[in-house]
Design a protein around this ligand. Structure first.
Ligand code: NAP
Length: 159
């Protein structure tokens, strides 16, 4: 997957790479929501139709782009039917890949960096973040809090 511009994945992951269960997050971490909001404000959020359904509304101050092949539409949302549509979309803004499991798996190879909230839990889950360990570094710590550490993982040279 190559859209010819930087793409930053942002996600909260458990020790078992869990990200969701029953189309919901397996935890509630207000500091992580605050980091997500501050980081993505003014930019573009790219998400799959199921993640959009779990949020239920466009998030204020950001362009919400939903990938769907089934013609999904919602007020205040830009729907696209494939990754290629992101090439020229609002080029002055940063694209944040905001999930879920299908989109992280498809998009990982096109990500320039990952902003991961490492949650100190191993919850039961049905949605997982792909294994990034061979493509990205161990990460630089951006923030720590009770039960979580937020890291920026940069793409390894040549990967
Ligand atoms: N922990 C976190 O940071 C985090 C973040 C986000 C989401 N999540 C969790 O992740 C889970 C949802 O992930 P998911 O994998 O089930 O669903 P998803 O990735 O959010 O959405 C999947 C849908 O996206 C569309 N899609 C996927 N690839 C596409 C492509 N190449 N072109 C066009 N459309 C495409 C399809 O929609 P159509 O069927 O309409 O074609 C597909 O059904 C939930 O549990 C959620 O809570 C966690």
């Amino acid at each position: 997957m190559d859209i010819g511009r930087p793409l930053i994945a942002i996600a909260a992951v458990g020790r078992n790479r869990a990200i969701g269960k029953g189309n919901k997050l397996p935890w509630h971490i207000p500091e992580d929501f605050a980091f997500f909001k501050a980081t993505t404000m003014g930019h573009v959020l790219v998400m799959g139709r199921l993640t959009y359904a779990s949020i239920g509304r466009p998030l204020p101050g950001r362009t919400t782009v939903v990938l769907s092949r089934t013609g999904f539409t919602a007020p205040g949302v830009t729907t696209v039917s494939g990754w290629d549509a992101l090439r020229k979309l609002e080029p002055e803004k940063t694209l944040f890949l905001a999930g879920g499991a299908q989109l992280y798996a498809e998009g990982l190879s096109g990500c320039s960096e990952l902003l991961l909230t490492h949650v100190d839990q191993e919850p039961e889950a049905d949605a997982f973040f792909p294994d990034w360990s061979k493509l990205f570094d161990d990460g630089e710590v951006l923030k720590t809090g009770p039960g979580f550490t937020i890291k920026r993982h940069r793409r390894l040279a040549g990967c």
